[in-house]
Design a protein around this ligand. Structure first.
Ligand code: ADP
Ligand code: MG
Length: 814
């Protein structure tokens, strides 16, 4: 088609519309004259008169249009391009939105493999390689598995007359004219397009080269939103597709994928190359889930699922695809988790531990409180587990202050009564120290005499010799550590409490039958395994105060049994929590003073300044000086920091416990594990620096007596994220709900993407996919009960996929 013919063809369509609208000069935005003027030289070759259309009456316009249309038909028919009289711009069917198929010669398909570098795909330019790498794409297979983050629903195809501002929608249009234009300071493209119901303008900012692509008369499909600009509708930066019949639409007129991207990598490029990768190698994607599993659960085939995940026919198809691919991820995860669990259960070889009921009774009687029903149930769970010769693998969950430690002590005593050793690992030195003190206390040690330092002997009811308990920290002197090591390997230590120092090579715990891991999520899988490896097959009790939702617990710890302490010791009251901004600091101090005057006590946690304990201690000393001399000169203020010796700490804590101290200032590293029912205020300075669970931990230090307690979150300039956390704390007092909210706030990435968890990140599945997760769990159990090693022929592809999947994650972990 020549330029003249193309212009004539456009005019033809415009005039048809003018006729439909009664020649009111509305078919072209801005009036037909603008078009006639611009196209005058091209049209001059076809028409002999071009009037000033705007000045004509409708009747005159009609006359002229009749003549013009006839001329155009004549001219175009010479080349066999005359529009049929009855032709209407009917909408092509949705599945093949192309106008007329025009066969295009294609290069023969290069045989591409999934493992080929992505540069092998046509259209992947060199400059895009590093950008692709940024989003994790280096091979062709990565492109195939680059799943969209969402889809734009452009499946609603409308005529111009039907377009509505604000909706995502698609129109199939003819280009009347397109030109480069300046919009603001940007060279851009502007086009006028239309169908039989009207015309519309489209603009593309900063995209001048598109003007030359949009030839007058060409059929295009535009998808996007329409705005009204000075009374006329305008497509602003729509996705577009030129319909020349050669390809399937991928940008418009359908559910169009939106990929995770990065600066400089346009969606258009991504769609194009992903589509090529799919066309070239999807056939190579094998099925690995056994037929029966697919069938039972109504899952679609893998190849189909991958294609539909990118280019779904409709939302139902997308859901089916997503369900299948999410299943794959969770199935591989559950296979591993269930397999570990089965092996663990069946292998036996653990030492059964028993706790004589009368000895247990006298221990419980010796406690200053009665266990809650939830604690008792957890203790029963634990004792049942350890009585077996298959090793316990139990997670004990309970909010801060719910009383997990005493349950651990029950397990520890079971080990000691059975003549075995127990180890208790905590994530920080301070926590280890505190556990050491707490456990000594619970076992009935005389806490006023800690002369034994890191090794204590404690008389325990029902045991014919003193129980020996030791504290092992990395920071201890080498001499002390060496001594402890040799005592342990000689079996002279019954219970050892410590940090990572416990899992060092030099540490030998020959009779280890129980390993307790506190705050287990703060250790990596390998560290937990290392502790476990210290004994033959020790029972393991993992504890966590960072409650994870049940769905997540199943995903992460399908290999663990879980006990939950979902009940607080009696008499605890909800703590009133308030955010206090810097301007009201004085008011916060006044509040502390008021409580102290009423006979209560308060904690003040210093702002987190630096990870270094030296600097932190200095800051705390400074804060202590300020508070004790400037703010509360008349009150009893004391200081606790991480660099004090164990005895010093004990002295300070005792002073507070006995009421000699009104206000205890402490560094944040001291997660004060003391129980002071008379303390009613927890003032956390610089609260924005702490995470949700740590703030919740601090808060758990008050509210343990009969008085109403308060937590003041002092913060100078919380950012939006921090403010969200502080607001959550104000609103929610229960740790489990807090964790659920936190999960929503931060997404599961923090739990799942982490190296810590030792599982590959989920790309499609979400932890909230409870149904798919249970399905995967059920099918894994079923499969492994029939073929524990996946060694059957029909399971070979599955075994392979399984290995590949986990190989990837192991390299990520180590
Ligand atoms: P966490 O679960 O946070 O580790 P702890 O084991 O440190 O909790 O217990 C918190 C406090 O509650 C401790 O001071 C402990 O002595 C006390 N405690 C534990 N169980 C009970 C109970 N049943 N009744 C009263 N106080 C309890
Ligand atoms: Mg604890």
């Amino acid at each position: 088609m020549t330029d003249s013919e193309r212009a004539a063809r456009s005019l033809y369509d415009i005039l048809r519309q003018e006729r439909a609208k009664g020649f009111d000069d509305s078919a072209v935005i801005g009036g037909l004259d603008a078009f006639l003027k611009r196209a005058s030289s091209e049209l001059g070759a076809v028409l002999d008169d071009i009037p000033t259309y705007g000045t004509l009456t409708p009747a005159e316009r009609s006359d002229w249009a009749d003549r013009a249309v006839e001329k155009i038909r004549e001219r175009l028919s010479r080349n066999g391009r005359a529009p049929a009289r009855s032709e209407s711009a009917a909408r092509p069917p949705k599945s093949e939105p192309s106008a007329k198929p025009r066969p295009r010669r294609r290069a023969p398909r290069a045989p591409l493999k999934m493992s080929d570098p992505v540069s092998a795909v046509k259209g992947v330019w060199k400059k895009n390689l590093s950008r692709l790498e940024k989003i994790g794409v280096t091979t062709v297979g990565d492109l195939v598995h680059l799943f969209p983050t969402r889809h734009n629903d452009f499946s609603s195809i409308r005529t111009v007359a039907e377009l509505l501002p604000g909706d995502n929608q698609t129109a199939i249009l003819t280009v009347w004219e397109a030109s480069e234009t300046m919009l603001g300071r940007q060279r851009s493209t502007q086009a006028v397009l239309g169908d039989e119901t009207g015309n519309i303008r489209a603009v593309w900012f900063n995209n001048p080269w598109l003007a030359s692509q949009l030839k007058s008369g060409a059929k295009v499909m535009l998808s996007g939103k329409v705005n009204v600009f000075m009374g006329s509708p305008v497509f602003q930066g729509p996705e577009y597709e030129i319909l020349d019949g050669s390809d399937q639409a991928i940008h418009t007129g359908r559910l169009a994928p939106v990929y995770p991207s990065t600066q400089g990598l346009s969606q258009r490029v991504l769609r194009t190359i992903v589509k090529r990768a799919l066309d070239l190698c999807l056939d190579q994607l094998g099925e690995f889930v056994p037929e029966g599993v697919l069938h039972r659960n109504g899952l679609i085939g893998r190849r189909h699922a991958v294609r539909q995940m990118h280019y779904p026919d409709d939302w139902d198809a997308f859901r089916a695809a997503r369900r299948r691919l999410a299943f794959d991820e969770l199935f591989l995860l559950q296979l591993s988790v269930v397999r570990r669990r089965l092996e663990w259960k069946e292998r036996g070889g653990a030492v059964p531990l028993s706790f004589d009921p009368s000895a247990l009774g006298s221990f419980l009687d010796s406690l200053p409180f009665e266990l809650t029903e939830a604690q008792l149930q957890s203790a029963r769970d634990v004792l049942t587990d350890v009585a077996s010769d298959s090793a316990m693998n139990r997670l004990l969950q309970g909010d801060v202050g719910s009383g997990k430690t005493v349950v651990a002590v029950v397990a520890i005593l079971a080990a000691v009564h059975s003549g075995r050793q127990a180890a208790f690992m905590a994530p920080t030195e301070v926590l280890a120290e505190q556990h050491y003190l707490t456990v000594c206390g619970l076992l009935g040690a005389d806490m006023s005499d800690l002369s034994g330092g890191n090794i204590q002997r404690i008389e325990v009811a029902g045991l014919d010799r003193p129980l020996v308990i030791a504290l092992l920290l990395g920071g201890h002197r080498k001499r002390a550590k060496d001594d402890l090591h040799s005592l342990m390997s000689a079996g002279m230590i019954d219970v050892v409490i410590g940090t990572h120092a416990l899992i060092q090579d030099a540490v030998d715990i020959p009779n280890l039958a129980l390993a307790v891991v506190d705050e287990q999520h703060r250790f990596g899988v390998l560290q937990r395994a290392a502790l476990r490896g210290k004994g033959e097959r020790p029972h393991v009790l993992a504890m966590s105060a960072t409650p994870i939702p049940r769905s997540l617990a199943l995903a992460l710890h399908g290999d663990l049994d879980v006990s939950v302490i979902d009940q607080m010791p009696p008499g605890r009251r909800a703590i009133r929590t308030r955010f206090v901004d810097e301007e009201r600091r004085a008011a916060a101090y006044a509040f502390v003073r008021k409580e102290v005057e009423a006979g209560r006590q308060a904690f003040v946690v210093c702002p987190l300044i630096d990870e270094s304990e030296v600097i932190q201690t200095k800051a705390a000393q400074e804060e202590y000086r300020r508070l004790s001399t400037d703010v509360f000169p008349d009150l009893g203020v004391d200081l606790l920091h991480g660099r004090m010796s164990l005895q010093e700490k004990q002295r300070v804590m005792d002073g507070f416990k006995e009421g000699g101290t009104d206000i205890l200032v402490s560094t944040p590293v001291v997660e004060v594990g003391i129980d002071v029912p008379n303390a009613t205020v927890m003032l956390i300075d610089g609260a924005e620096r702490f995470g949700l669970s740590q703030l919740h931990q601090f808060r758990g230090r008050v509210g343990r007596g009969k008085h109403q307690s308060y937590c003041l979150l002092l913060s100078e300039s919380p950012g939006t994220e921090a403010m969200k956390r502080l607001k959550l704390l104000e609103r929610i007092s229960d740790g489990f709900s807090l964790a659920e909210e936190d999960l929503k706030l931060r997404g599961p990435g923090d739990y799942l993407g982490t190296r810590q968890s030792g599982i590959p990140p989920l790309l499609v599945a979400q932890i909230t996919d409870q149904d798919i997760l249970s399905m995967a769990h059920r099918e894994s159990r079923r499969l492994l009960s029939q073929d524990p090693d996946l060694s059957r022929d029909e399971h070979r592809p599955l075994a392979q996929a399984f290995e590949q999947h986990w190989e990837r994650s192991i390299t990520e972990v180590s």
